[in-house]
Structure formats: structure tokens, C-alpha cells
Design a protein around this ligand. Structure first.
Ligand code: BEZ
Length: 243
């Protein structure tokens, strides 16, 4: 009995880690059936959970994400939402948002990205979205960034009470795409157009070499900390979307 409870607990708290293959699943969404992540191969995916339909913080988040969806599409990124509500609840909630809710200048907002029904909590369990200390019956606000090869690249979790910052989600996505495209890393509070770090953390030998040869355009603060300019133009036009 205790073993069974432990297994259940382990299942509920198993969280995919950075570098793991994104757990696969089939699901029904308000926009039809989904084979995840296969349907989105070649794209970045932001898979995010919300605690419940017809709740205020979630409504503000959905309106914001739907309004800003074109910005994520332009970054080759597919948004996919999930909660442990039923499909009819999703459909009714999205219709209410579109027909009745006006918030911060947003109105008639149509959510076009898939919103998955997960009434059995199977998918939420695979992604560690049920965190019983916070709620045993609702998914926390989880955000998974999955790259075009289906690998988990970042994850962020928020409690039920805290609405997400969509500027930060977009910034983190661009930072990862930029790191991949230019083989660099991004410093604290980096914004597109700011200096970037070369080479990525862990390649100190290369940094030593650079100190000796003083590569043009590179500023070194010490042997382990070098930056260079990467223009907004370069960030906006990466050589390719890759992983
Ligand atoms: C909300 O989205 O407003 C919410 C959902 C669950 C618990 C608390 C707040």
C-alpha cells in the first residue's frame, strides 16, 4: 500500500529535465487531435499548463498569449495550452473570452492555439504539472520550452497565484534560439541587441586562447568572461532556426 502511494507520488512529481526528450502523448484539444510533439516537428513549442478554465489569472494569461501569438509564430514557435478541465469547459471558456471579456485594451480575443483537455491528469503527470503541495486537483502554471528536435530546453514553474510574464517567455525563447544560431550565451537580463557572451560556458580553453590573440570585437573582463556585440539585426535574422 505504501509502495503504491510512493509510486503514485513519484509519477505525480516526475518532471522532465532540460536535455530530456519531451514526453510524447496523444490528446484531444479545443482545436482537434494532437500527436505531441510529433505534430510540431521542426518548430519550437511552448507547452504550458493553467490551473482551471473560468478563473481570472488564467483568463488574463490566455488573452495575453492569444494576442501575442503572432510574435511567437514569427519565432517559429507553436503555443500549446493544457489544463485538467473537460473539452466542453475549454470551448465554453474560450467562447466567453471572445464574446464577453475586455481586459487591458484586449477584446474579442480569439484563442487559436490548441488547448488540451487532460481530465485524467495523465499528461499533467508526465510533465510534473501536478504539484500536490500547491494543489492536488489543478495543474500549476508550468511552461516547457521544447526545441525543433523535441528536446526540453527550459522549464519554468509558477504557483497558482502568479500570472506569467510573456515578455520573459519571449525573451527566453529568443535567447535560446540566438545561443543555438550563433554559438554564444546570454548574460543576466540580456535583451536582443545587447552584448553576448563568447564562447558558451564550459569552453574556458577557447577563452584563454582568445585573451592571447585578442580576437577583434571581443572584450574580455578576465580569462573566463568575454563578450562581443551581436546586433539586433543579427538576432532578428539568425542563419537558421535550429536546435
Ligand atoms: C486564477 O487563474 O485566477 C486562479 C486559478 C486557480 C487558483 C487561483 C487562481
Amino acid at each position: 500500500m505504501i509502495m503504491m502511494e510512493q509510486n503514485q507520488e513519484n509519477q505525480l512529481s516526475s518532471i522532465p529535465r532540460i536535455g530530456d526528450k519531451a514526453p510524447e502523448f496523444n490528446a484531444i484539444s479545443a482545436q482537434g487531435e494532437i500527436n505531441f510533439p510529433r505534430d510540431y516537428e521542426g518548430k519550437w513549442i511552448i507547452l504550458f499548463s493553467h490551473p482551471a478554465d473560468f478563473t481570472p489569472v488564467c483568463t488574463s494569461e490566455f488573452m495575453t498569449f492569444a494576442k501575442r501569438e503572432p510574435e511567437f509564430t514569427a519565432l517559429n514557435c507553436q503555443l500549446v495550452g493544457l489544463s485538467i478541465d473537460r473539452l466542453f469547459s475549454h470551448i465554453a471558456w474560450l467562447r466567453t473570452i471572445k464574446e464577453k471579456i475586455e481586459f487591458k485594451g484586449m477584446k474579442h480575443i480569439e484563442v487559436k492555439f490548441p488547448l488540451i483537455e487532460d481530465i485524467t491528469m495523465e499528461i499533467a503527470a508526465k510533465y510534473g504539472m501536478i504539484q500536490p503541495g500547491e494543489s492536488a486537483t489543478k495543474a500549476v502554471r508550468a511552461v516547457f520550452f521544447i526545441d525543433p528536435k523535441g528536446i526540453v530546453r527550459a522549464l519554468i514553474y509558477y504557483p497558482l497565484s502568479t500570472g506569467r510574464n510573456f515578455n520573459e517567455l519571449k525573451r527566453a525563447l529568443i535567447a535560446m534560439q540566438t545561443a543555438d544560431a550563433y554559438n554564444i550565451a546570454t548574460p543576466a537580463d540580456w535583451e536582443p541587441g545587447d552584448e553576448v557572451i563568447v564562447p558558451p560556458a564550459g569552453s574556458c580553453g577557447v577563452a584563454n586562447e582568445r585573451m592571447e590573440t585578442m580576437e577583434e570585437g571581443v572584450t574580455c573582463y578576465d580569462w573566463f568572461f568575454c563578450t562581443k556585440k551581436l546586433t539586433l539585426e543579427q538576432v532578428n535574422n539568425p542563419p537558421k532556426f535550429n536546435a
